[in-house]
Write a protein that binds this ligand. Structure first.
Ligand code: SAM
Ligand code: SF4
Length: 327
């Protein structure tokens, strides 16, 4: 799959549910209305959709959400997709999770063929964690993280920089990740979906980088995970720190990904509304010809890039929440 700008699409992110057991302030409003179950693809339909993309050249799939591990029986989907990794049809299956269910699932994930996961954690302070997630328990997530480590999964911690909440904690996070052998990826808030006023949340990672440079020896690297992060190695810990800066740096030139929601809507860009429905062709017939044709047509319309901007008056760049497309 090659888009009109010559970019090869080899990475599919699949949101397996829009539901979540947390309500992070930058991601969701407190009273989110979730999708009716009938609109959501079954696990079998999601697997069939993924298989179609793999046939078309996707080499990496990331499951996300909402919180992927709160979807009932999600391990059956993970087992099915893991088999594609085991037989070489897929290079990598991975997952982005908030960690709350990891104590239960870490070993199953490793057994399914998952080798590394991203875990979102914005603070090491239990009170701040409860405020940021509106009711999350840090202990539960820590237990999950340690279960994932014990199961042998490589871990990258994703931290959204939230002004007024976790500023001042980045040094501690670098140190904590270094102690446990985790990479860290810092993310700027993006204007997606209506949440409480987000104008105060934005913190430029250029500022965070300045703070880190004062305490750590960071050496920029050209290490790539196929994602938009730019990485530096921390000499003191040997771990990497990544920076995802959609607001201050446009990462669109090298975009290799598309996203499917749990209703089968294909978004060609995280920051644009262009979308194509794959549920109707998926359900229209058991053969995949129609589905394949719709996917080809969609890739031919992948937009060049996003138009993110955050200020007090601007509406969100896109109306949907991050939990719809999964980041
Ligand atoms: N629930 C899982 C989790 O939190 O890891 C997976 C889905 S979550 C939407 C994926 C990632 O998007 C998380 O790392 C989260 O912090 C990030 N995220 C959510 N809303 C965001 C926003 N408005 N700007 C930047 N990152 C955001
Ligand atoms: Fe849930 Fe993840 Fe969004 Fe937080 S960032 S509300 S954990 S989907």
């Amino acid at each position: 799959m090659i888009d009109p700008f010559g970019r090869r699409v080899s990475y599919l992110r699949v949101s397996v549910t829009d539901r979540c057991d947390l309500r992070c302030v930058y991601c969701m409003s407190e009273d989110m209305a979730f999708l009716p179950k009938a609109d959501v693809l079954s696990l079998e339909e999601l697997e069939r959709l993924c298989a179609a993309f793999v046939r078309k050249g996707v080499r990496k799939i990331r499951l996300t959400g909402g919180e992927p591990l709160v979807r009932r029986n999600v391990m059956s989907l993970i087992g099915g997709l893991g088999a594609l990794v085991k037989d070489g049809a897929l290079d990598e299956l991975t997952l982005t999770t908030n960690g709350t269910q990891l104590a239960k699932h870490a070993e199953g994930l490793a057994a399914a063929g998952i080798r590394r996961i991203n875990i979102s954690l914005d603070t090491l302070d239990a009170d701040k964690f409860a405020i940021l997630t509106r009711w999350g328990k840090l202990d539960q997530v820590m237990e999950g993280i340690m279960a994932a480590k014990a199961a042998g999964l490589a871990i990258k911690i994703n931290t959204v920089a939230v002004h007024g909440v976790n500023d001042g904690e980045y040094d501690r996070l670098v140190e904590w990740c270094g102690t446990h052998g985790f990479d860290l990826c810092l993310i700027e808030t993006m204007p997606m979906g209506d949440v409480a006023d987000r104008s105060g949340q934005y913190l430029s990672l250029a500022e965070v980088r300045r703070q880190l440079d004062a305490h750590w020896t960071l050496a920029d690297t050209d290490y790539q995970t196929g994602g938009p992060a730019r990485y530096a190695t921390v000499a003191e810990t040997g771990q990497r720190v990544g920076f995802i800066t959609p607001m201050t740096h446009n990462f669109c030139e090298s975009c290799n990904r598309v996203r499917v929601t749990c209703t089968g809507t294909l978004y060609m860009c995280l920051g644009q509304d262009d979308a194509v429905d794959l549920r109707a062709p998926l359900r229209a017939s058991e053969a995949d010809n129609l589905l394949d044709a719709v996917i080809d047509g969609a890739i031919a319309h992948k937009p060049k890039g996003h138009d993110f901007i955050i200020d007090r008056t601007a509406p969100p760049a896109v109306a949907r929440h991050m939990s719809v497309t999964g980041g």
